[in-house]
Design a binder for this molecule. Sequence first.
Ligand SMILES: [Zn+2]
Length: 276
Amino acid sequence: MKAIQEKFVYANNRLNREINYIIQAFVNFYGEEYKDYIVTTLKDLKIIWYDDVEKQEGKNIKEQIVSSLPEKQVDEYLSKMNKICFSQSAYIDEIDVLVLPLSYDITHIIHELNHKMSSNILSLEPLEIISGLCISKEKSGGVVSLNSDLNEAINQKMTLEILDELRNLGLDICYTPSWQENVFPLINLFYDSFRDDLKDIYITGNLNLFINYVGMNNYDEFSQLIYMKSFKLRRKITKGESPLVLEDDIKKIEDVVVSMKDFYNKSNSQNGKKQL
Ligand SMILES: [Zn+2]
């Protein structure tokens, strides 16, 4: 059993060694034009590492996390946020903190860094965040998130591509599957059709522009369908049932994506922009 401090030294050193490769992989994925933003976003990361190997229920949270941040600052975060936030991989937008696994699970690390990449805080009080396609707003004490499953699946799709970029750079990548992949059949056509626009949204936060291009009604219908179908899927997974997606559900969603593409092409032909 390795002491938590020893695991921290390993993970921290490894990230310091690999961060320039990671930055390059993000640049290769998003495009050279976003290099400055990517470099700025991925420098001086605030990280709290959590022990994902020897998680123990009931154990004090402070015994399960470790960070190079000042202890006072970590204590402040612990008192401000729900402690559960610090026992799973996460990016906590409002304090700009990454919570990463001490096992150095690179799939989780890239996924959370991509959340950081797409995070746009519109207001802190009340909290209002736009992160990729997910919009979160504070309402009567709680935070309500819209299109969270859709955004998770898209983030995971991007994560897989960024991991491929890391492999191309010569890094040995040990990949772990995640729950979001069950949603992939529902979003494959959407992702493949609008991949470049989705990348732009992640960097710029300009989701409204995209919604105008694909048609507000189309987008609403699409996101409603994804919400309902992925909810059904997650319930199946919780119950231990097979997370198979019905062909019928895929067809219904893809019909809407086709309408979005038509609308997009019409909007773009008016603006002289490229068509799909
Ligand atoms: Zn996520």
